[in-house]
Design a binder for this molecule. Structure first.
Ligand SMILES: [Zn+2]
Ligand SMILES: [Zn+2]
Length: 346
């Protein structure tokens, strides 16, 4: 059985579960992955329980891109469950940059801190230095990058921006690293990989993130596609959305509501851009012109709470689907921000 459950969808958090159970009785194989972790760990677990999913049975977390609404609970959830996170390398790097505290100070501040630290260190170690082999390298003492000093933590912390990347991370770090994960695996758009019983094909989507992707999941002859956060539907995405049994596609905003709505002009421009989000009209155009009509279930997702109404998104999609001789009748769902959707099973 293949199961797809949307836990949440929208600009305040996105997360879905894809699971596959094969075999029967006691010898069944099960694979379960979380696609994005945009809610807090606590809220993700709460919603999983609501839909009858046990968080402990998750095998991995897959990340589409590093925007906050897709990674909010990522590190805590992965650590709590001890499961690996799958990213593209660029997305992982962007995420690490995003969650790592960057101490930005001016050179003058840094120099002052360095002088104070050096004086303090000299005072502390005066007696020790007299008794210990004084083979200390004077040049390194005069250099800003003094890793030998017992104050290496301070020196590392205080390096001007960019230098800290050069510092060896051999010194034990007492503070928890916000970017620490139990395991990290890289995938690349266009290269299919497997996790247990699930075959996963990531594909590039046009969106303003480091290396954003959508996914097609295949198991037991069932194909499920997830494509949210994209400015338009380019040919490579259209190709991925063919022959699918379920498609979750974004229907983010109503054009008029966005234009007249509360967002600042710059944000409106971003949403409307080729690397922003799909409007109801854009999604309808895809459904009318490029969609092959094969999906049993269509889920409209990532609806804006400020710039869309569920009825508008549904109406636009239904109108577009009128031209398709499909069996969609009651199988068009709208993913919600505030509660999970009932699981879809194959
Ligand atoms: Zn998003
Ligand atoms: Zn995004």
């Amino acid at each position: 059985m293949v199961r797809f459950t949307v836990l949440a969808s929208g600009s305040k958090g996105n997360s879905s579960i894809v699971s596959c159970e094969s075999g029967g009785g006691g010898s069944s194989n099960s694979t379960k992955v979380l696609v994005d972790a945009g809610l807090s760990c606590r809220e993700l677990f709460r919603r999983m329980k609501l839909v009858g999913e046990d968080p402990k049975t998750l095998d991995a977390i897959l990340v589409t891109h590093e925007h906050q609404d897709h990674i909010n609970g990522l590190a805590v959830t992965a650590r709590k469950l001890g499961i690996p996170v799958y990213f593209t390398e660029a997305t992982h790097r962007a995420w690490v940059r995003q969650v790592s505290p960057q101490k930005r100070i001016t050179y003058a501040e840094w120099a002052q801190q360095y002088r104070e630290q050096k004086q303090a260190a000299a005072g502390r170690s005066e007696i020790e230095l007299k008794s210990v082999d004084a083979g200390c390298d004077l040049a390194s003492e005069n250099s800003p990058n003094v890793q030998e000093a017992d104050s290496s933590e301070f020196v590392c912390d205080s390096l001007p921006v960019g230098r800290s990347e050069l510092a060896p991370d051999s010194s034990p770090d007492p503070s928890p690293d916000p970017a620490r994960l139990p395991g990290v695996s890289y995938f690349r758009a266009g290269e299919t990989f497997s996790i247990g019983e699930l075959s996963i094909s990531p594909f590039t989507i046009p969106h303003d993130a480091a290396d954003p992707v959508g996914f097609v999941f295949s198991a037991e002859g069932v194909r499920l596609a997830v494509a949210t956060d994209l400015g338009y539907v380019p040919p490579n995405v259209q190709a991925q959305l063919r022959r699918c049994d379920l498609i979750m596609i974004e229907s983010n905003h109503d054009l008029e509501m966005l234009r007249d709505g509360p967002y600042p002009w710059s944000v409106k421009q971003r949403v409307l851009s080729r690397v922003g989000h799909l409007s109801n009209d854009a999604t309808s155009a895809f459904l009318e012109q490029a969609y092959d009509g094969t999906a049993t279930y269509l889920i409209l997702a990532h609806l804006s709470e400020s710039n869309n109404l569920p009825e508008l998104a549904r109406l636009a999609a239904e109108r577009a689907l009128l031209s398709k001789p499909s069996l969609l009748a009651n199988r068009l769902f709208l993913a919600r921000q505030d509660e999970p959707l009932a699981p879809v099973c194959f």
